[in-house]
Design a protein around this ligand. Structure first.
Ligand code: GRF
Length: 193
């Protein structure tokens, strides 16, 4: 591919990962973040994206077809989910054959599947007195949290951890590793085309 890989990010939450990605990708040549789409009103994310020259769209109520149109208008090749809480349909998956990446806050297959997101995951990890947890970065397919795993990163837990400290440890891992894994994925795509 002649040009860089164009990325579109989808969020449903605060968007700390999306901000971290936008800031990290500023000087990238391999890939470029073109658009950030939020399923809820998020002025902080809007201001942040726009200050970096990244387009921002809110799709609320969520409409998958509209999101596809926005992403296609920005010629997005790779879709990155960063705290995105909607199910992705098969039309959407087929529209982005180069890849849709998701970030899951546990070491899949543990604590995956329907209803397992955000604090629900950390609560269960805490209740089960796990000694380790972590994050999984994977491709999206038709089943929740079951696409090919690209990378996993773990952290240790101890008796002083609670759901809040677990969430903080997970966020640290996410911010540290999601940008590099996406970049590696885009580099492989570049090499392959
Ligand atoms: C992250 O923990 C992610 O793993 C999960 O949702 C959270 C999003 O955080 N799917 P943020 O909105 O990027 O701050």
């Amino acid at each position: 591919m002649e040009r860089s890989i164009f990325i579109g990010i989808l969020i449903s939450g605060d968007g700390s990962n999306s901000k971290n990605l936008i800031a990290n990708y500023l000087h990238q040549k391999v890939s470029k973040i073109k658009v950030l789409i939020s399923t809820k009103s998020n002025d902080t994310a809007r201001n942040f994206a726009e200050s970096y020259g990244v387009a921002y769209a809110e799709i609320h109520p969520w409409n998958e077809r509209e999101a596809m149109n926005v992403l296609q208008r920005h010629e997005v090749d790779v879709v990155v989910l960063a705290g995105f809480l909607r199910k992705i349909g098969s039309d959407f998956i087929q529209a982005f054959p180069q890849g849709i990446l998701n970030l899951h806050p546990s070491l899949l297959p543990k604590y995956g599947g329907k209803g397992m997101y955000g604090h629900h995951v950390h609560q269960r990890v805490y209740e089960n007195k796990e000694h380790t947890t972590g994050i999984t970065i994977h491709l999206v397919n038709e089943n929740y949290d079951e696409g090919e795993i690209l990378a996993q990163f773990a952290c240790l837990l101890d008796e002083f951890d609670d759901p809040t400290t677990i969430a903080n440890k997970i966020k640290t891992l996410e911010h540290r590793h999601y940008p590099e894994v996406i970049l590696g994925f885009c580099k492989r795509l570049q090499g392959a085309v």
